[in-house]
Design a protein around this ligand. Structure first.
Ligand SMILES: Cc1cc2nc3c(=O)[nH]c(=O)nc-3n(C[C@H](O)[C@H](O)[C@H](O)COP(=O)(O)O)c2cc1C
Length: 240
C-alpha cells in the first residue's frame, strides 16, 4: 500500500479550494489504483504553534513545541508516506502565514535532508496573482527536505469552496494524477537533480563546520553515514 500525505496550509477545512484541487487529483489516483492510501490535512484541522526561535531542533533534535501541538503528528505522517504534497493558498503574494509557520517548524529537516528518497509535488490556488511565487517557494522548501519534486499544480479560486473554473481545475488535476502515478506505483523512483545536489553540498558543509554549535545535526549526518558521501546521488543509492 503506497501512502500519499498532503498538508495544505489553508485555515479552512473541507471548504479550502487548495484542498478541493488536491482532492480532485487524489480521487483520480485512487480510481487508478486501489492500493493507494491518501490523506489530506489542512492547517484548519490541526494546531501548529509558532517556532519559538530556541534552536533546540538544530542543537538537540527536539522541538519543545511538538509536545504542545500537532506538529509531531504531522512529522510522523510525512515520514510514513511515500509521496508528499505541500499546498498553500496565495495570501498577499506568498504562502499563507499558517504554511510559513509549518515550514519554520521543519527548520532542522532542511539541514538533515530528512525526507531524502521520497517524491512529491506542490499545489496552490489563488484568485489572481502570486501563483508562480508560491509554487517556486514551496518547490524550493520541499526540495530542501530532500524530496524530489516531480511537478506542481495550480488553479484559480475565490471565496471558500469556490474554484472559478472547476472543469479546468479538474482537467489539471487529472493530468497531474497521470504524471505522478508512475512514482506512486513504484515504476519510477526518486532521482537526483541539480537542486538536490546543491542542497546536499551546502548542508554537508554546514553540518561539518557547524558541529560545535549544532551537534545534533552533525551527529545525525555521521550516524547515517552521510558525511562519507560525496553527492545526493550517493545518498539515494545508500537509501535504496
Ligand atoms: C488573506 C487573504 C489573502 C489573499 N491574497 C491574495 C493575493 O495576494 N492574490 C490573489 O490573487 N489572491 C489572494 N487571495 C485569494 C486566495 O488565494 C484564494 O481565495 C484561494 O483559493 C484560497 O485558498 P483556500 O480556499 O485553500 O484557502 C487571498 C485570500 C485571503 C483570504
Amino acid at each position: 500500500m503506497k501512502k500519499i500525505f498532503s498538508f495544505i496550509g489553508s485555515p479552512l477545512k473541507k471548504n479550502s479550494n487548495t484542498r478541493t484541487l488536491t482532492e480532485m487529483m487524489l480521487d483520480e489516483l485512487e480510481k487508478m489504483d486501489e492500493n493507494i492510501d491518501c490523506e489530506i490535512l489542512t492547517a484548519g484541522q490541526v494546531e501548529i504553534k509558532h517556532c519559538q526561535g530556541c534552536w533546540s531542533c538544530m542543537k538537540r533534535g527536539i522541538c519543545p513545541q511538538d509536545e504542545k501541538d500537532d506538529m509531531g503528528l504531522l512529522k510522523k505522517k510525512m515520514m510514513g508516506a511515500d509521496f508528499i504534497i505541500w499546498g498553500s493558498p496565495v495570501y498577499t503574494m506568498q504562502v499563507s502565514g499558517q504554511m510559513k509557520t509549518f515550514l519554520d517548524r521543519l527548520s532542522s529537516w532542511y539541514h538533515l535532508l530528512k525526507m531524502a528518497g521520497k517524491t512529491g509535488m506542490v499545489v496552490t490556488t489563488t484568485a489572481n496573482s502570486g501563483m508562480e511565487e508560491v509554487k517556486d517557494y514551496l518547490n524550493m522548501m520541499l526540495c530542501a527536505t530532500g524530496v524530489e519534486v516531480i511537478t506542481d499544480m495550480g488553479a484559480y479560486g475565490t471565496f471558500p469552496k469556490t474554484l472559478i473554473d472547476p472543469e479546468s481545475a479538474r482537467k489539471e488535476a487529472y493530468s497531474k494524477a497521470a504524471e505522478v502515478y508512475p512514482y506512486i506505483s513504484g515504476e519510477k523512483t526518486a532521482e537526483t537533480n541539480p537542486d538536490l545536489e546543491v542542497c546536499f553540498q551546502v548542508m554537508k558543509n554546514k553540518v561539518t563546520y557547524g558541529a560545535k554549535w549544532l551537534p545534533f545535526e552533525h551527529d545525525y549526518w555521521k550516524e547515517k553515514g552521510m558525511l562519507e558521501l560525496d553527492s545526493f546521488d550517493e545518498l539515494l543509492e545508500k537509501i535504496r
